[in-house]
Design a protein around this ligand. Structure first.
Ligand code: MN
Length: 347
């Protein structure tokens, strides 16, 4: 039904790595999203079925609206000081590290530096372009919508899908759904829906998963969304681009929690003709840093713009970056970037 996604040599290497009982740590990128958490919980469950010990370690906190994902509550968070010692202990004893939904250890900040100091072999299961080399098995498919899609296809090929648990199916669906805005972008391939059909057949309630993730929020968060769109969104009509800012004073005013601004960057793209949305938010821990999110439609290259102006990268239609400056300066840089890409934006 699904084509193989890894070569016979890779399959052999994977079999060998998993042949005897191992202590396996799973990791994901900073600011974990549904795909990061879902791919970790699903893969951890598969590995446990195969007889291994697993621990999932996130570099930093993930949003409350992902806490219901089966297994999410058991994760260690590296930047929580009370969990760091335990996380490092588990990592030191690990026989294998599974990198889920990230293409390099640098995507894990301090946790990545610690993982780099280990000698345990690594497996990468990811869909970001330009994967770092150095893993024993690298399964990278930038054409796929989510690490969870890559994982499902791997499970299919390895024969792990026939015993897929309901919790694994829920995790995989959550990752695919969140990385595609509930299948509204980057998901126009038949295989995506063939996988969904399998997950529904396994018993997931996709409508409930949607409600859990996208239709559940606090009154503060709803008001914050209104504020950011009404007060802080600038639209540069001639350039079909928009900029939204969010500083720490506003963050405190709305009692903002981790993940509350998730998805807001996509909203300006609802304006007819809009091609690019830039979201600038002040970092909570390092107020001199501005985190940058870019979203686009059609063929506008967010990753190129981010690499050139925002010290980042990512996908064509979704990229991230970081600036060290004031919010006013960040807005100026964003405007310069927009003007520089004028030809593509005005077209
Ligand atoms: Mn992803």
């Amino acid at each position: 039904m699904f084509e193989n996604i890894i070569s016979p040599e890779q399959q052999q290497a994977l079999h060998q790595l998993l042949a005897d009982k191992k202590r396996i740590v799973l990791t994901c990128h900073i600011s974990p999203d549904g795909d990061a958490i879902g791919s970790m919980t699903a893969m951890a469950s598969v590995l446990r079925r195969l007889g291994h010990d697993t621990t999932c370690i996130c570099p930093d906190n993930f949003p409350d609206f992902l806490m219901w994902i089966p297994g999410a509550k058991d994760m260690l968070v590296y930047n929580r000081s009370e969990q760091r010692t335990q996380a490092e202990q588990v990592l030191r004893e690990a026989d294998l590290v599974c990198m889920m939904d990230h293409n390099a250890t640098s995507r894990m900040n301090e946790l990545g530096a610690f993982v780099d100091s280990l000698t345990a072999p690594r497996i990468m299961i990811d869909h970001h372009p330009n994967p770092d080399t150095g893993c024993a098995v690298t399964i990278s498919r930038p054409g796929m919508c989510a690490a969870c899609e890559v994982l499902f296809r791997l499970m299919w090929q390895m024969g792990w899908a026939s015993d897929m648990t309901l919790d694994e199916a829920i995790s995989i669906y959550t990752g695919m759904m969140t990385d595609t805005g509930a299948f509204t972008y980057n998901s126009n391939r038949p295989e995506v829906f063939e996988i969904i059909a399998k997950l529904i057949a396994r018993g997931i309630d996709k409508d409930r998963i949607y409600r859990n993730v996208f239709w559940t929020q606090s009154a503060d968060r709803l008001r914050l969304t209104g504020f950011l769109l009404y007060v802080n969104m600038q639209i540069l009509d001639d350039y079909h681009a928009s900029i939204i800012t969010f500083n720490n004073k506003e963050r405190r005013h709305f009692q903002t929690r981790n993940g509350d601004t998730e998805g807001i960057v996509n909203m300006p793209l609802q304006v007819a003709g809009m091609k690019l949305s830039i979201f600038l938010r002040q970092d909570t821990e390092n107020p001199q840093n501005i985190r940058v999110s870019l979203r686009s439609v059609d063929d506008f290259p967010c990753n190129e713009m981010s690499a050139r102006y925002f010290n980042g990268g990512g996908h064509l239609n979704a990229a991230g970056g970081r600036l060290t400056c004031s919010m006013d300066q960040a807005v100026e840089i964003a405007k310069r970037a927009i003007k520089d890409f004028e030809a593509q934006l005005r077209a």
